[in-house]
Design a protein around this ligand. Structure first.
Ligand SMILES: O=C(O)CCC(=O)C(=O)O
Length: 233
């Protein structure tokens, strides 16, 4: 998991050539095709991670199974159960640490963050979502991270989906952005707590379309300064 996964990763964390990168909100960018030729390697990496930490439908604190199945890699993993939404160092299914975040994947996530104006991003957690036909993710905010100064970096793989991009309030207007394999979205700064989600995937796939969609979100959870000073973690 720690070896070199991708060919031709940028040596510097400079923006990779991408499609027409465009802002979708204050501090938020859509980077179409950012992942480029690395998609196949990332899909293989997801399969390797899921052999150690299998995808599962976690339960919400209100006892509903999530529509999307999830796993994690990195120092911390996002979990939900009757005790609430939170990050854990270990996988509750195996009681083992989550598989490490592969160095090449971290490099690519940091390059996407840099391309969107966040050169200091250091992810600690990578939540991996798997969307089967019919699955969805309702509008929500990502607010379980102690450090809200860091952006969220999101990579899309497999089947296309409609990203719902709202605003700071739940009932703000919602834009619909098609995310295709290889796209990255980064949101931080004033957009960090914007509501977002994924519209239900159609139950039927178009011919040639992959059945499953994968999404990786890279997150900073703890405060970098505290961590470097030997603070809380
Ligand atoms: O699947 C996506 O593109 C969005 C994922 C998401 O909103 C989340 O994991 O919080």
């Amino acid at each position: 998991m720690q070896g070199q996964l991708f060919d031709n990763l940028p040596e510097q964390l400079s923006p990779m050539p991408a499609g027409a990168a465009h802002p979708i909100g204050p501090g938020a960018m859509h980077l179409p095709g950012f992942i480029g030729t690395h998609a196949a390697a990332i899909l293989a990496t997801i399969q390797a991670i899921s052999r150690q930490a299998p995808f599962r439908h976690m339960m919400t604190p209100g006892s509903h199974a999530m529509s999307v199945s999830m796993t994690n890699c990195g120092l911390l993993g996002w979990i939900t159960d009757a005790q609430g939404y939170r990050y854990s160092r270990t996988d509750p299914a195996t009681h083992m640490p989550w598989p490490p975040l592969p160095a090449d994947l971290e490099t690519l996530a940091r390059a996407a963050a840099a391309a969107a104006g966040y050169p200091d991003f250091r992810p600690e957690a990578c939540l991996i979502n798997c969307y089967a036909p019919g699955s969805r993710m309702g509008l929500h905010q990502d607010r379980d991270e102690a450090d809200l100064s860091a952006p969220i970096v999101s990579f899309s793989l497999g089947r296309s989906a409609t990203f719902l991009w709202g605003g700071a309030r739940r009932n703000d207007p919602v834009a619909r952005i098609i995310l295709q394999q290889g796209d990255a979205i980064v949101w931080g700064g004033p957009s960090r707590l914007y509501f977002h989600g994924i519209a239900p995937l159609a139950r039927r796939c178009a011919p040639q379309e992959p059945e499953l969609r994968y999404n990786l979100t890279f997150r900073r959870v703890t405060h970098l300064a505290l961590r470097d000073e030997g603070g809380t973690r």
